[in-house]
Design a protein around this ligand. Sequence first.
Ligand SMILES: [Zn+2]
Length: 346
Amino acid sequence: MKGKLLNYDPEKGLFQIEACIYEGGGGQPADRIKVKGPGFYIESDEAFKEKGGTFWKVRSISGEVPKTEVEVDVVIDELWRLEVSQQHTAQHIFSALAEQLYGWPSEGFAIFDDESKIELLGADEDPEKYAQLERQVNEVILRQIPVRVYVTEEVDEKLRKHTDYEHPRIVEIEGIDKCACGGTHVTNTGYVGGFAILKVERKNTRYVRVIFAAGIRLARIAKNYIEREQKLKNLLTGDVEERVFQLLEQKKQLELEKKNLLELVKVQIAQSDEVFWKNLPLDMQSMKQIAAYCNEKDKDIVLVNQEGYFAMGGPNANMHFEAFREKGASGGGKGVITGKLTNNDK
Ligand SMILES: [Zn+2]
């Protein structure tokens, strides 16, 4: 496709271009484009609108861009355009059916890089209703209804949403939806290729947010999940759910064993004549429990683990702590005193 590069600001990394491309808006992201001119090449996948028009962000650039306007070749990422058009067309069908079936108008529509959202005004969260909606959207896809786009001379009061345009661009899916819209769409509902609601969540008292995906995007999401599941299977060596359940059971068992061992250890330590125990393979919580037990028994105890954390108790705990503090340890507490030695004094 031919186009015209109007200007390029190397400091901001922005350029303006005239071509038959979608510049974004109405919840739909812009085309992803490649611009080839005499001696330079630019890629962009983001545009925004400002007072001075639409600005494209440079993602990558090579060569020298001239200071004046220049004729260029523009190539659109057609798969991205299809993906976005599938989401957008699916949204028309979904929004029309949500309003028709349950009287829920759509607002706050947006297509993101990996998912799309619609916010339904006054909707509830009944899963049955969403299952029904999902099914009906897929039935409209199955029926392969043409998606007609035209500019009308008169404002039709039967539009799904109000428009202020005098000559609005109408997108019509016969018998399903008729709406003023400036976005890109597939030419037939069949090309939406499949639709799924991925999440339904309450946004606030007024709105329910629906996350959905259609077509090649839905396929990509499914593929990502299957790859992730396979990685987890390899990591866990077996069925993910089964193995997670087993591991949780094992964890419970180990915690119980740890608790029993700790009971045994704390009695042994309390009965021993030793006061100083260093380099213990215990965490702070376990040491605190032992120190608290010794404290109850009026037994002096100083426990230090391999990381240099300590817990102490007994009648002379304060004295032992002072000795530690003089060597730079930090910490505190009443009854049981806990803290950490300096790094070079374990
Ligand atoms: Zn549209």
